[in-house]
Design a binder for this molecule. Structure first.
Ligand SMILES: Nc1ncnc2c1ncn2[C@@H]1O[C@H](COP(=O)(O)OP(=O)(O)O)[C@@H](O)[C@H]1O
Ligand code: SF4
Ligand SMILES: [Mg+2]
Length: 373
């Protein structure tokens, strides 16, 4: 343990965000080199997976990170949890720079930042009992809770809604939803301050998703744990996150308070994500006052992203300026504090008549049912 990373005492677990920054990320970048050539392999290009990301997660806050598949969400999660080395930028955790901290330097905070993975099947070792899986992080970190590890594991099983008697069972004896609960219990074992949850319900049956989201919500509320909650659409984070950032091709294109993002989105891409109906109607046809946007084409390759605004190849408002100048992420006039948008020609801040149109998939319906009781 180095002097450098002895951290100030943590705040007591509160309920909800305190406004105090826990994680601060600036200019975070990850470029994966592409090797080519023979006989000498040279770097011939790079996958610009994450390209200059700024975000702050406050103590006890749930921050949602949303974007289509391939836009760099998982890479961001892995950089923040330092499972991966950043190419550039800075990651501060509780005021300490951990961007390039070594394993040894990270040891004191390893327990405070935990990750929940998307796939509850591959993320649990099939040869270990549930007891072993959940107590693993305690063992690795040499933590002996009062009353012993087994007692603590049983408590954790109870917290996540599983039977403590199932301590000796193996992952294959559980359903997908139950396995994800085991993943949550493992993440909680070391009493973390921050959990990075990478699409934690995407692999689950729709009917189970709401239950797991409810569990995570309970964990966040009652234990005061901050979340970076990663999702591929806006439906899930709408229920879970106080602030939301929308990512496109390695960059944040809009960020703000949940209500501001859902009711006053300004970026065309956010409008598209919020617009559920898969029909284009940008030609002025009457759509009954509701905006219906279908995104044309696929997300471009992050190896050679479009110049200027990366969204321009799919944007219905694109003009010449969009190809030559990258729009800065700024607060547009009329927007709430902290609501930032990166667009030269933003949309009007309205989703008039679209309140019921924000259904992106059946998961939302299940969530509505599950969380609004
Ligand atoms: N280890 C890697 N090597 C090369 N490219 C990668 C690697 N990991 C991810 N990528 C690429 O980086 C981009 C972002 O991936 P990812 O972070 O997984 O996106 P998301 O989680 O939003 O789907 C993708 O184009 C993906 O193919
Ligand atoms: S900057 Fe231009 S291309 Fe990009 S989102 Fe705004 S209008 Fe569309
Ligand atoms: Mg991913």
């Amino acid at each position: 343990m180095t002097e450098d990373l002895v951290l100030p005492a943590p705040r007591d677990g509160g309920t909800g965000p305190s406004g105090e920054p826990l994680l601060e990320v600036t200019g975070l970048t990850k470029h994966f080199p592409i090797k080519g050539g023979f006989p000498i392999r040279r770097t011939v290009g790079a996958v610009q997976a994450v390209d200059g990301l700024d975000l702050t997660v406050h103590v006890g806050e749930s921050f949602g990170l949303v974007g289509e598949s391939g836009c760099g969400k998982s890479t961001t999660g892995r950089l923040i949890t330092r499972l991966m080395e950043p190419t550039g930028g800075k990651i501060s955790y509780r005021g300490r720079d951990i961007t390039h901290a070594s394993r040894k330097e990270l040891a004191p905070i390893r327990s405070e930042i935990q990750m929940i993975f998307q796939d509850p099947y591959s993320s649990l070792n099939p040869r270990q009992t549930v007891g072993k899986i959940i107590s693993g992080p305690m063992e690795i970190n040499g933590i002996e809770p009062e009353g012993g590890r087994e007692k603590r594991v049983r408590e954790l099983l109870e917290i996540v809604g599983l039977n403590p008697e199932h301590y000796n069972r193996f992952p294959h004896e559980f359903s997908g939803g139950q396995r994800q609960r085991i993943g949550v219990a493992r993440a909680l074992a070391l009493e973390p301050k921050l959990i990075v949850a990478d699409e934690p319900v995407s692999a689950l049956d729709v009917s189970i998703q709401a239950q797991v989201v409810n569990l995570l919500q309970k964990v966040q509320d009652e234990l005061g744990i901050a979340f970076l909650f990663i999702a591929h659409d806006l439906a899930v984070v709408r229920h879970f996150s106080q602030r939301v950032a929308v990512m496109y091709l390695g960059k944040i294109i809009e960020v703000g308070d949940r209500d501001s993002i859902y009711t006053r989105p300004r970026h065309p891409y956010t409008h598209a994500l919020l617009s559920a109906v898969p029909e284009v109607s940008l030609s002025g046809e009457d759509t009954g006052g509701r905006e219906r946007i279908r995104l044309a084409g696929d997300v471009p390759s992050p190896i050679a992203p479009p110049s200027g605004c990366r969204f321009r190849t799919r944007c219905w408002k694109a003009q010449d300026k969009c190809a030559t100048q990258e729009p800065p992420l700024i607060q547009l006039s009329g927007n709430h504090d902290g609501h930032l948008t990166a667009c030269h020609f933003p949309e009007e801040p309205t989703v008039e008549g679209r309140a019921e149109d924000i259904v992106l998939d059946p998961a939302l319906a299940a969530l509505e049912e599950g969380t609004e009781q």
